[in-house]
Design a protein around this ligand. Structure first.
Ligand SMILES: [Ca+2]
Ligand SMILES: [Ca+2]
Ligand SMILES: [Ca+2]
Length: 425
């Protein structure tokens, strides 16, 4: 943006220096006067009176309203200087009276915003004057809102979250000053603000700075209406500092009676509405590496096929259980207390208890904690059991295994006039 400097601004340094010379002469005359009098009369009372007179006669370096940094000019450097003082714990104005631009008692970011108004938008008669005629109202501003993030119940395993600070301001808002506590009072000390990024949605918002236990966010609008509307100005990074379930409640605070969280309008400070936005963790997904398994075996024997299935989650560990539809599905390990991601199991099929045929079953994934979607609810199992080359003795129904069905055939034959068993081919 091009900044047009009024002609009179270029004259200010000259006028200022001219005033300084005049005051210096006056001061020298007083010094000479003091010497003469102290030489003549050395009474301490008189000296005190003269010193007091001298102090009262000291030049007041208030010639340039807006010259917060004391370099003799009022310019954009003074806006930065006042912001540096009020928001970043920098040095105070060299002559505080020269920074009282909004005429309300105390140096705040409102004085910087007022100077920006004078300089860039000529919104006040020039030359402007400094001085105090009132105080800040800190009245509620019902149409200006700061949305603060809140995230509750963050499980162990999540060590860092990034949360937005959003504002919704009206067009006449010229600046904001928002000190955030490192750990809000509604938090439980598991997480703390460790970083901040400016989203660059608004050109003149500024990244804040740590002062004691606060992170101060501030901005002064150089571009009229820049802050109007809803904007995500910042992204806060919270990192884990203690174990356990974490609750984050971002909280505004007041650094002191003057530097309170506020917005600036028309040279006065107001309290914005504060609204909490609950941020929900994206649901964790249990990832299952295989969704179906196929086995073959000879009747009466275990399958030679073995599959490895992996269960993983991206950050939060998920505990879960596996349930099996059929006893011929063998999963190891399968501890009674369940499994926790990341977990790996091997799956085999056992044909010692099933006859020749095609079977289907499944491994179901149940009891997830925390509840989470899965890439599959169950792993489908297909099992083909083939004829054996040699049938075991007693296998009267020729299904490759000896079980109760063979005993049934034998009893029917011996006692109930059933057909006699025939040899298997
Ligand atoms: Ca200056
Ligand atoms: Ca002020
Ligand atoms: Ca059999």
């Amino acid at each position: 943006m091009r900044i047009t400097v009024p002609h009179i601004w270029r004259d200010i340094p000259f006028l200022y220096l001219k005033g300084m010379v005049k005051e210096k002469k006056k001061s020298q005359a007083l010094t000479n006067h003091l010497k003469e009098n102290t030489a003549m009369r050395k009474k301490p009372l008189f000296l005190t009176a003269v010193l007091a007179t001298m102090l009262l006669a000291q030049p007041t370096f208030c010639q340039v309203c807006g010259d917060a940094n004391g370099d003799g000019n009022a310019n954009i450097g003074d806006i930065a200087y006042i912001l540096n003082y009020t928001a970043l714990n920098g040095a105070p104005p060299v002559v505080p009276e020269d920074a009282e631009l909004d005429h309300r008692d105390g140096i705040t970011f409102s004085d910087a915003a007022t100077l920006a108004d004078y300089m860039f938008w000529s919104l006040a008669p020039f030359p402007y004057t400094c001085g105090v005629t009132g105080t800040y109202s800190f009245a509620p501003a019902s149409s200006d809102t700061v949305f603060l993030p809140r995230m509750l119940g963050i499980p162990d395993g999540i060590d860092s979250v990034q949360l937005p600070v959003t504002t919704s301001f009206e067009t006449d808002l010229r600046g904001y000053y928002l000190p955030l506590l490192r750990t809000g009072s509604g938090s439980n000390d598991a997480f703390s603000i460790t970083g901040i990024a400016n989203t660059n949605e608004v050109a003149y918002s500024s990244i804040g700075s740590w002062i004691a236990d606060t992170l101060v966010l501030f901005g002064v609008d150089f571009n009229r209406g820049e802050f109007a509307g809803k904007h995500n100005l910042y992204t806060l990074t919270y990192n884990r500092v203690n174990p356990g379930t974490g609750d984050i409640v971002t909280e505004l605070t007041d650094r002191n009676a003057l530097w309170r969280y506020a917005i600036e309008k028309n040279g006065d400070l107001f309290r914005p509405v504060v609204v909490y936005e609950d941020i929900i963790l994206a649901p964790e997904t249990l990832l299952v590496s295989l969704t179906e398994l196929s086995f073959t075996a000879t009747a009466g024997k275990p399958s030679r096929d073995t599959f490895t299935v992996e269960f993983t989650s991206s950050s939060i560990p998920i505990s879960f259980n596996l349930t099996l539809t059929d006893p011929w599905i063998i999963v190891e390990p399968l501890p009674p207390e369940g499994l926790v991601t990341p977990a790996t199991v091997t799956v085999t099929a056992d044909a010692t208890q099933v006859g020749i045929g095609n079977y289907t079953g499944e491994i179901s994934i149940v009891d997830l904690d925390p509840p989470a979607p899965t890439t599959t609810d169950a792993i489908d199992i297909y099992f083909t059991v083939n004829e054996p080359g040699l049938y075991p003795s007693g296998d009267f129904d020729c299904d490759g295994i000896v079980d109760i069905s063979d005993l049934t055939i034998l009893i029917f034959y011996l006692f109930l006039d059933g057909d006699p068993p025939t040899p298997c081919d």
